[in-house]
Design a protein around this ligand. Structure first.
Ligand code: Z15
Length: 761
């Protein structure tokens, strides 16, 4: 009996070829869930990791889970034999956008690797009914709509566990949903533990918007993911969400540890908590509260909690480091506020007059990162440069008192989703060249043997072309835009944020447009693609989207230019889009203001798929450059030390750059008649004003160098063999960025858990 037939007959009483894609999706969901359930969890291992995160940006799970179960090919072949296409069936799966960007996607890659390595570890978070908003473009502007993902049948499995969370004046009782997490060829599974509240309802959403009554916590607590990336505003609801998440998570830990034999005094032998950014940091006072409630004295409760809690920092942007007014905490959870006061007092006694390390500052705000550093045993940054900046400047006061707590863990990405699933043709070709061992070891270096093999380079180009075609079809069906699959594909996809400097690439586009109008026709046509969402409240980021869409329309309408140059902004960029865009890309834009991008992980995905990186020396770009060598990457712009210095001395003056003759016409173009004809004057003038008078993230400081190097990159592309050789070297050196390597290091240096699979690079 074939693998699918049974399931199809059970469900629908008709053969596969007569089923709709929707019906086949249901069958495959059932099949995968059953197969997953057959795998044991890692409960037999004594110590367990709890990866606490407000976000798990898991993306669609069907083909990823088929792949991890090792039945993708078998299922796919049977579908093909019955006239079905798995890509079409996948359309029926709604994408769970339970994260904003890098931080949430990192958590998703991590749980995949934790399971793949056979580590006992679950993710703990919230079951948002609506993930990140759905982005729709209207009049060249971003609008936001709710993005439902929970259907009657989904990956969520209701768990009987339920806990009470005591807020001021009322108590909420949770419902737990689990999603099984599979590892690659792994014989065990782990879970995402997503807490929810039965009383939450979408009835309180204003029709057709993402607005809802923020006062009724019982009805809105888990309704939406908080939509800000690394840019924040104080919202009481966010505090409610965070405390609900960690109280449930901490109770789950105690439950499970006791079930495995802990007497609580020895809790650290049974559990370790990794706090993903500051969002779950209330787990510290909550664990202390729960332990004292169970009879442990306060001092010991602190010491136990400290011995099992580790913290990851993901940003140096001051505005992104959470600071909650203590009286807001008092309003929401008075007991926790009291514990935090006590924790703060102890540190004020221990480090008198060292204001930089206070938990509660002189404005009565609680610094979540400070609490996590004082009362955890480890703090890590997410790339080598980032960790150095933490130690030497952002968190220097803490490094001075706790030098041994600081450690670097350079981010990584799961190769299952980001090459085996997203770029099957490349993955298969690599198998042919170096055997399939890389699929478990992530060692791609043997590819270097082929760097002068003409046939291999030609085949790599053919694969890239096929991926461009696939992307082109998708953009046609989804967005009705046609891209030239013979063009250079140049891509910047990530949240829209001034520090990531999409506006700098936009100014380059204006330069290029003018240049083409002046008769300088590119040898190969160029397609520049953006993708990314702006937080609804982040006005300048929305202005940047508007300017990109407007310029893109001008270029599309201009018959002198449009066959040589095209600018596309993908609507509603998400994980699925990324899986089509990245394999098709030639040039990966990683152009953040040096020092500001903690790591980046898109940069790693592009490299793995044979794009060349155009970058500043920021985040993990530094490590990419070290690995591939400077002849295989394009680096420009001011270095991070210089930028850190400029901030310290207030030494940047945007207007002095604006006045330069190369830059002025580009910035002026934003308010030109062409732009105003199609665009919105308020948005364009605000953006232009900001660029000239503020430009906090210094887009103009690197612009001239950027224009220069972009011309060189396009020119180099014309030497196809040399270009493809560089691409091959990039792929071959990408092994370091496997999240299996990252997780292996976390476990070796921070968690110290049993691990089934040990042969990790
Ligand atoms: C987020 O996605 C990141 C940092 C944050 O503080 C927040 Cl709130 C969200 C990103 C970093 O910007 C990015 O550089 C890094 O690669 C990613 O986290 C994962 O560490």
């Amino acid at each position: 009996m074939s693998i699918l037939e049974n399931y199809v007959l059970d469900n629908f009483d008709k053969p596969i070829r007569e089923c709709t894609d929707q019906e086949m999706y249901k069958v495959l969901l059932d099949l995968v869930r059953d197969k997953s359930r057959e795998l044991p969890t890692n409960d037999d291992k004594k110590k367990k990791l709890y990866y606490f995160s407000a976000e798990f940006l898991i993306g669609k799970l069907l083909s990823n889970n088929l792949l991890n179960l090792g039945i993708y090919d078998e299922v796919n072949n049977e579908l093909i034999a019955n006239g079905k296409n798995i890509m079409d069936i996948e359309q029926a799966e709604l994408e769970p956008s339970l994260g904003n960007g890098g931080l949430g996607r990192l958590a998703a890659c991590f749980v995949d690797s934790i399971t793949t390595l056979g580590i006992n570890g679950d993710g703990v978070g919230l079951n948002y009914h609506f993930g990140l908003f759905k982005q729709v473009f209207k009049d060249n502007q971003q609008t936001q709509l709710p993005d439902p993902w929970i259907t009657e049948e989904s990956w969520l499995i209701k768990n009987e566990k339920s806990y009470e969370v005591p807020f001021n004046n009322f108590t909420l009782k949770s419902t737990l949903y689990d999603i099984d997490v599979l590892g690659y060829n792994s014989d065990t599974r782990n879970r995402l533990r997503l807490f929810d509240l039965d009383s939450v309802t979408s009835d309180i959403i204003e029709e057709g918007t993402i607005h809802f009554d923020k006062t009724n916590i019982e009805e809105n607590l888990t309704l939406f993911l908080y939509p800000d990336d690394s840019d924040r505003e104080g919202e009481l609801l966010r505090i409610f969400q965070q405390y609900f998440m960690v109280s449930n998570g901490a109770q789950l830990i105690l439950d499970e540890a006791v079930a495995r034999g802990s007497n609580l005094h020895d809790l650290a032998e049974y559990a370790v908590i990794q706090i993903n950014d500051t969002h779950p940091a209330f787990v510290i006072p909550e664990m202390i509260r729960l332990l004292t409630q169970r009879g442990i004295d306060f001092d010991e409760a602190i010491q136990i909690t400290q011995s099992l809690t580790a913290f990851t920092n993901h940003t140096i942007l001051a505005e992104a480091l959470e600071k909650w007014p203590i009286d807001e905490l008092e309003q929401v959870m008075p007991e926790i506020a009291n514990i935090i006061r006590e924790l703060d007092n102890r540190k004020k006694d221990e480090f008198p007059n060292n204001h930089a390390v206070s938990i509660i500052d002189e404005h009565d705000r609680v610094h979540m990162a400070h609490m996590a550093i004082h009362y955890g045993y480890s703090i890590n940054g997410v790339a080598a440069l980032h960790t150095e900046i933490l130690k030497n400047s952002e968190l220097k006061a803490f490094f001075d008192i706790y030098p041994n707590k600081f450690i670097n863990k350079t981010n990584g990405i799961t190769f299952r989703r980001w090459i085996m699933d997203a770029n099957k043709e490349l993955a298969d070709f690599i198998d042919d060249l170096i055997s399939d061992e890389w699929r478990t070891s992530a060692n791609l270096e043997p590819l270097l043997d082929f760097k002068d093999d003409e046939n291999v380079l030609t085949k790599l180009r053919a694969i890239k072309f096929n991926n461009k075609q696939r992307l082109s079809h998708r953009l046609e069906t989804m967005q009705n835009v046609t891209i030239n699959e013979h063009s250079i594909i140049d891509v910047q996809i990530k949240r829209i944020h001034e520090y990531k400097r999409q506006q700098m690439l936009l100014l380059y586009i204006i330069h290029k447009y003018n240049d083409i109008k002046n008769g300088n026709i590119p040898k190969t046509p160029i397609t520049i693609i953006f993708g990314g969402k702006a937080a609804a409240a982040y006005t300048i980021a929305r202005d940047i989207i508007h300017a990109i869409l407007t310029v893109s329309e001008i270029i599309a309408n201009d018959d002198e230019v449009n066959e040589h140059f095209q600018v596309v902004m993908v609507e509603n960029y998400n994980v699925t889009h990324a899986q089509y865009l990245i394999p098709a890309t030639d040039i990966s834009e990683q152009i953040s203001l040096a020092s500001k991008e903690a790591s980046g992980t898109g940069n790693m995905k592009f490299m793995l798929n044979g794009a060349l990186t155009l970058c500043t020396l920021d985040g993990a770009n530094v490590e990419i450059a070290d690995l591939v060598g400077e002849e295989n990457i394009y680096i420009f712009g001011k270095r991070s030390e210089e930028i850190v210095d400029l901030y310290a001395t207030n030494g940047y003056n945007a207007r002095s750059y604006y006045e330069r003759e190369t830059i002025k016409p580009l910035v002026d173009f934003l308010m030109s008649p062409k732009m105003l004809e199609l665009g919105n004057e308020d948005r364009l003038s605000r953006l232009q004003y900001d660029m000239i008078n503020k430009d906090y993230f210094m887009a103009l400081i690197d612009l001239e160098e950027f224009i220069e190097i972009k011309e060189k990159v396009y020119e180099d592309y014309e030497d196809h063999d040399t270009w493809t050789r560089k691409a091959l070297i990039n792929i071959a050196k990408a092994g370091f960025f496997s999240s299996d390597r990252t997780i292996n290091e976390y476990n070796r240096d921070i968690w110290h858990l049993e691990q089934d699979i040990k042969n990790v690079n």
